[in-house]
Design a protein around this ligand. Structure first.
Ligand code: ADP
Ligand code: ZN
Length: 220
């Protein structure tokens, strides 16, 4: 039996947070909570939240905290989070991190570990502009490493792959600026709490997974 794990995955856009979170979620049998996926599914379904979020996301800015915090709070209160969770894309500002601490305190719990996936801007720009995603099941592929990406059809569900609108070069550069200004300070925030573990994000996804398994004491 796995012990309960409450994890945050940090990292720049394109460092591989989503990819690793999906793998860990399966391995640990705990929910993967991606604020980006929640926004994208609302955009796809043209909900009021989706319409609001889209303006920010398409320019590489952050969705306002008032909106984002409520979504995460509701999600963490759902019963499947009792056994742990993996937060991907939240928190993204110091204010969100402080709010998360309070939310968890109210739920009588706290984070166990924050995993920072580290990768430099040059690698990230190459990666994101070559990324293709499945709009139906959120699977992620890359033109350079995946035959599926080049074929353009999701191997999990058969949907036609797309490029995220915010993966255009200009928006990627804005997202990186937003990351350095607003999210990177979280590394010191969690280091100060003794929760931070760093893993390399410049190699293959499998290399990063191996490092994460090691820090979590998991076997393949
Ligand atoms: P990435 O980490 O690759 O940028 P995400 O899917 O996590 O991608 O997020 C996509 C976009 O959704 C972000 O650029 C931002 O506009 C918005 N977003 C996601 N999570 C948050 C958050 N916690 N706070 C504010 N905006 C967010
Ligand atoms: Zn799919």
């Amino acid at each position: 039996m796995q012990s309960i794990m409450r994890l945050v995955i940090l990292g720049a856009p394109g460092a591989g947070k989503g990819t690793q979170a999906v793998i860990l979620s399966k391995k640990l049998q705990i929910p993967h909570i991606s604020t980006g996926d929640i926004f994208r599914s609302n955009i796809k379904n043209e909900t009021p939240l989706g319409k609001l979020a889209k303006q920010y996301i398409d320019s590489g800015a952050l969705v306002p905290d008032e909106v984002t915090v409520g979504i995460v709070k509701d999600r963490l209160a759902e019963p499947d989070c009792i056994n742990g969770f993996i937060l991907d894309g939240f928190p993204r500002t110091i204010r969100q991190a402080e709010t998360l601490d309070r939310m968890l305190e109210e739920l009588g719990t706290k984070l166990d570990m924050v995993i920072d996936i580290e990768a430099g801007d040059d690698i990230i720009i190459k990666r994101l502009t070559g990324r293709r995603v499945c709009p139906e099941c959120t699977a992620i592929y890359h033109l350079r490493t995946s035959e599926t990406a080049r074929r353009g059809i999701c191997e999990k569900c058969g949907a036609k792959l797309i490029q995220r609108e915010d993966d255009s070069e200009e928006t990627v550069k804005n997202r990186l600026k937003t990351y350095h200004d607003q999210t990177e300070p979280l590394i010191s925030y969690y280091e100060g709490k003794g929760l931070l573990v760093r893993v390399g994000g410049e190699g293959s996804a499998a290399d990063t997974t191996a490092e994460i398994y090691q820090v979590l004491g998991l076997t393949e």
